[in-house]
Design a protein around this ligand. Structure first.
Ligand code: AQP
Length: 327
């Protein structure tokens, strides 16, 4: 059975973008792959985090993974900082990463823009991400479109290590969903929807109440044309809403365009809101049960132990290949 690894940062409450771009495909894939799903808290600290908020977000993310349909008995769900091999291999991979290639990452450029003091971890984060993936002999990494460049770097680092030291890492393939790979901000449809966006109206959180979802979608930026048509270049707002609608219901974009032919944006936005609310309702109900139970800690303990077993074997081989330690 092939192996999948994917991680999500506990840098806020997940958005519908994280769900449609990442979690939804994890749920589909989990029966056919050996899956590792990681809460990458060490990535979250590449930008300042409030200690108590971070703790809360870690637990919340674990509950959201499970509430969305991840089965913790067949998949390994764990927290990155509880398996120290991640930072160990991350450091080793930093030693073969070049500053130039790290500086070329668009996420680094975006997140460092306008910052007075940029943490060095923000720059070296892709090497840690490569370590996350390579520790588990990962074959496939399912991610949203925004992570494509980091995945390319991971592949380069794996090949570089294998050529320079010993052939121990599997070079992973990236898997990007056909629809929903990049959900855009509701307020600035040229920008990716992000959970850490300071404009609350730009994203739909997976835990938003139905009324709030409706309000956010109704105030989403569209255009003055009044025609429901997919045209990313000229109608980015409407195209984004069509993508969200289609990813939530499984209806094709062409069918949705037909359904709303001759109707205004009011009807269309109500349809989008209903689709999102119906998608999130069962997840929110399950989430409420889980977040109040002790079950989560037991699941995360079990995940940590399973992940450590595999990570321990890889780090041993990687250290030996590089000549670290005594044997
Ligand atoms: N807008 C999006 N559309 C589709 N997929 C998305 N993903 C993120 N945003 C979208 C996918 O979600 C997974 C987890 O992402 P992450 O939390 O590790 O980091 P991120 O990509 O930086 O996500 P955010 O929400 O934008 O977080 P912040 O605001 O903290 O930077 C990945 O598979 C990603 O592709």
């Amino acid at each position: 059975m092939k192996t999948i690894f994917s991680g999500i940062q506990p840098s806020g409450t997940l958005t519908i973008g994280n769900y449609l771009g990442a979690i939804q495909q994890f749920v589909e894939l989990q029966n056919n792959y050996n899956c590792y799903f990681c809460i990458v808290d060490e990535h979250a600290i590449t930008v300042p985090q409030d200690r108590l908020e971070l703790r809360k977000n870690i637990k919340s993310l674990a509950a959201l993974y499970i509430a969305s349909g991840i089965d913790p008995d067949s998949s390994t769900l764990f927290i990155q900082s509880e398996v120290p091999e991640h930072t160990q291999l991350g450091w080793m991979l930093q030693s073969i990463s070049y500053v130039g290639e790290l500086e070329r990452m668009t996420q680094y450029k975006d997140k460092s823009q306008g910052q007075e003091a940029i943490s060095s971890a923000l720059l070296t984060y892709p090497s840690l991400m490569a370590a996350d993936i390579l520790l588990y002999n990962t074959d496939v990494v399912p991610v949203g479109d925004d992570q494509k460049q980091h995945l390319e770097l991971t592949r380069n680092l794996a090949q570089r290590f294998n050529n320079r030291f010993n052939d121990i890492f599997t070079v992973p393939e990236v898997r990007i969903p056909k629809v929903g790979a990049r959900i855009m901000s509701l307020q600035e449809p040229s920008k990716k929807m992000s959970k850490s966006d300071t404009n609350q109206k730009g994203f739909i959180s997976m835990l938003d109440e139905p009324k709030r979802i409706e309000k956010k979608i109704k105030s989403a930026v569209t255009d003055s044309e009044g025609i429901v048509k997919f045209d990313k270049k000229n109608k980015p707002g409407v195209s984004n809403l069509l993508t969200i609608y289609s990813s939530c219901t499984g209806e094709s974009i062409a069918d949705l365009e037909k359904k709303y032919e001759g109707k205004g944006y009011g009807d269309f936005k109500q349809g989008v809101a209903n689709a999102v609310i119906d998608t999130l309702r069962p997840i929110q109900e399950k989430y409420e049960q889980l977040i109040q139970s002790d079950e989560l800690d037991a699941i995360l303990d079990q995940g940590r132990d399973k992940a450590s077993l595999s990570a321990g074997k890889t780090i041993k081989k990687a250290k030996k290949a590089m000549g670290l330690g005594r044997k």
